[in-house]
Every structure is written in structure tokens, then in C-alpha cells.
Design a protein around this ligand. Sequence first.
Ligand SMILES: [Zn+2]
Length: 225
Amino acid sequence: MSENRLREEICRYGRSLFERGLTPGSSGNISLRLDDGGWLVTPTNASLGFLDPARISRLDAAGQLISGDKPTKEIPLHSALYESRGSARAIVHLHSTHAVALTMLPEIDPRAALPPMTPYYLMRAGETALVPYYRPGDPAVADAIRGLAGKYSSVLLANHGPVVAGDSLEAAVFATEELEETAKLYLLLRNLNPRYLSPEQVADLARTFGIDLPSLDGHEGHDHD
Ligand SMILES: [Zn+2]
């Protein structure tokens, strides 16, 4: 896909996310990694609902601004996730209500922030890690993400929001939407003793669809009951 098409894609998905109330005001940001190692990233203080393709920040492989507006100050989030997830081509970060609410609940397992509720959550988002609170733009958040050793494509920042990587912009957007909807389901069902997918059902999905789930590599994840 040409760079111009990719710029338009960022604006189209950004508008779609904004119009559905998935990230308010000028919150949230989107980045794409280009073939030359450089990036396209949404500018600082820009609403995802009103992006201009020509003003998207274009960075070189070293992260220096080549053209467009000044990039989001949340760059450290993106660079850490790209660094640890070699196959990632796009990252979406939102301040979506239900995912943010989830991060503040006391029972959340930082290595499996959501229980296995639906197959599409696992197929699109996989499992989700939760990292502690950092001030927006604090470079220390990058160390927290690197500390996950690339096992998670979906990460929740406490009291802040989700950061999700995908092998395309569409994949990253769809995974972020699944994460948000699954957080909403969790909040609806919390304390109602819902039936989640069983470990056998999760293992069957992982096998059938080739999903790489950290909890299946010997880590105990799904103790949410
Ligand atoms: Zn943010």
C-alpha cells in the first residue's frame, strides 16, 4: 500500500474510532511502521476524529520528524511495543472507557487482565497484560512494556488505556475493539459468576487458530473466579 493510502487509512480508522466514542477529545494515537523502518504517527493534540492525511507526522527509522506536525508525546509506548513485537506493523492506543475502567479494579491479573470470555477476544487480541500507572509521555513506560518480553500484543496502561499492536492497521484496530468490548462484558458480568471459556476450550482455540497465548507457555493466567 502506498504511503498516501496508508495516511488515508489512519484518518479513516481514527474517525471511525472517534465517532463511536472509543477515544474522547484529542486522546488516543495511531502509528504505522513503513517498509523503510520509518513511521507514520498521529500528531500531538490531534483528535482522531479530525485528522488531516497531509499533517500526519512522518518519522525516519531513528524517530526523527521528517515532515508533518509534531508527533504524539506517547511515542515511547509505540516504540517499545514495536521493539518487542518484531512482526507489528501498526499500533493503536485509545482512552476507551471500559478498558480504562478495567485497569482500576483490584482483582485484575497483570498477566491476564481479562478472563477468556469469547473466542474472538482470544483470536484478535490474545491475552492482555496490565502495566502500572505512568505519567503520559514518561519514558519509563517503555521499560515496563519491554519487561513483557514481546509476549503480549495487547497491553493496558493502568488508569490510562489500551495499547495494541497488529500486523496491519486493520488488525490492530479490530483487536483494540475486541479488547474494549470484552472489558465491557467483564464489567457487565462482574460478580454474577459467569461461565467463561474452559481451559480445554481455550486450548482448542489456540490449537485450531494458531493463537499464541502466554498462559499456555507454563504461566498460570486464568484465575479470575
Ligand atoms: Zn494515552
